[in-house]
Ligand binder design. Structure first.
Ligand code: PLP
Length: 388
């Protein structure tokens, strides 16, 4: 059976061109960028070329990019790095209830160390209100961290407005752009952003490599101490093949992003409409327009999301109930709960995320099999019987 992959928000397949670009750095060009001989210099040049490409994707300069081991690490670096470096100014951080665990758990950790964190609410679409950001600012606020777009519901946050507020108040602004870098345009100057987290495996690059954009002049503590790699900000021998792959993925994304977004928006629309009109008691989660071009998150009332997923998988269709990290636990999504869904509704959510190689035929196949799966599950559902 040919499988259909609709979980591109969890991870993407590595682009064949990315693979090709990486391969020599495992074999003939295996040098350590810190070595002064030709092997080392070859590797160093490759890392620097990749740095420029990743920087170009967001309108930054190469020297403002620090490579990390993942998007999670970039988030940890941004939040802890600013927290430690700004202690003399204050200990208050503003974030939102719908951030990825990489930000939320870091904030919770800092809370235990004496920091004070404001977790802003969101509206029914998963949108942060910039006025609430403004109201939450105190004299002790050192960082605002609001994600660019949410990985579960796909809602795109009002970064420009929040960036203006942060700039006016002279507070650092970090955004987790792991789901958006390479998917939708993001330019450091348009939104007054000081720190941006990215991850290669979400944009057809390899796993295990991410980046943090740090605006020139931003005061931030080093994340790992040791050698002088990454200008002393993140010690450890660079993952050269991974970084080269990230650079290639960024270069491809810069060229193909707009066309891909257009294609995916059309397929997304078709899938949403097909589900909402073809299956009773369904609703879209997240903003109808201000949403990632590849995200479809629906609540299919009276059935459990996990049961739908398992049945889809039997038909070769791979989707998700929410973020990749929470798919395995049974807690309802913190994002959907923050948007005001009940426990029951949150448990009925299914997320399809589309990507570069998604076709109309694949979407048609989902629309063909999903109604049957839902009818079968509802026929067994005590909740459906109570509703009728
Ligand atoms: N932030 C967001 C919004 C994400 O969606 C993810 C991964 O799903 C991460 C951070 C973590 O990225 P990584 O898998 O590279 O650690």
């Amino acid at each position: 059976m040919k499988r259909i992959y609709l979980d591109y928000a969890a991870t993407t397949p590595t682009h064949p061109e990315v693979m090709r670009a990486m391969l020599p750095y495992f074999t003939e060009s295996f040098g350590n960028p810190s070595s002064i001989h030709s092997y080392g210099q070859e590797a160093k040049d490759a890392v620097e070329r990749a740095r420029s490409k990743v920087a170009a994707l967001i309108g930054a300069k190469g020297e403002e990019i620090v490579f990390t081991g993942s998007g999670t690490e970039a988030d940890n670096f941004a939040v802890k790095g600013v927290a430690l470096s700004r202690l003399a100014k204050g200990n208050h951080i503003i974030t939102s209830l719908i951030e990825h665990h990489a930000v939320l758990e870091t904030c919770k950790f800092l809370e235990k160390q004496g920091f004070s964190i404001t977790y802003l609410p969101v509206d029914g679409y998963g949108m942060v209100d910039p006025n609430n950001v403004k109201k939450a600012i105190t004299k002790k606020t050192i960082l605002i961290s609001i994600m660019h777009a949410n990985n579960e519901c796909g809602t795109i946050e009002p970064l420009a407005e929040i960036g203006n507020i942060a700039r006016e108040a002279e507070i650092y602004f970090h955004t987790d752009a792991v789901q958006t870098a390479g998917r939708i345009p993001l330019h450091v100057d348009n939104s007054n952003i000081d720190l941006i987290s990215m991850s290669a495996h979400k944009l057809y690059g390899p796993k295990g490599v991410g980046a943090l954009y740090i605006r020139k002049g931003t005061r931030i503590s080093s994340f790992m101490h040791g050698g002088n790699q990454e200008r002393g900000r993140r010690a450890s021998t660079e993952n050269v093949p991974g970084i080269v792959g990230f650079g290639k993925a960024a270069e491809i994304a810069e060229k193909e992003m707009l066309e891909e977004a257009q294609k995916l928006t059309a397929l997304r629309g078709r899938l949403i409409e097909g589900i909402l009109t073809g299956i009773e008691y369904t609703q879209l989660n997240g903003h109808p327009v201000k949403r990632l071009p590849n995200n479809v998150n629906v609540s299919i009332n009276y059935v459990e999301g996990e049961s739908v997923l398992l049945n889809l998988d039997l038909d070769g269709i791979c989707a998700s109930t929410g973020s990749a990290c929470s798919s395995e636990d049974l807690e309802p999504s913190h994002v959907l709960m923050a948007m005001g869904l009940t426990h029951l509704q949150a448990h009925t959510s299914v997320r399809f995320t589309l990507g570069k190689w998604t076709t109309e035929e694949e979407i048609n196949k989902v629309l063909e099999v999903l109604p049957g799966i839902v009818s079968k599950l509802r026929a067994m559902s005590p909740l459906m019987k109570t509703a009728n």
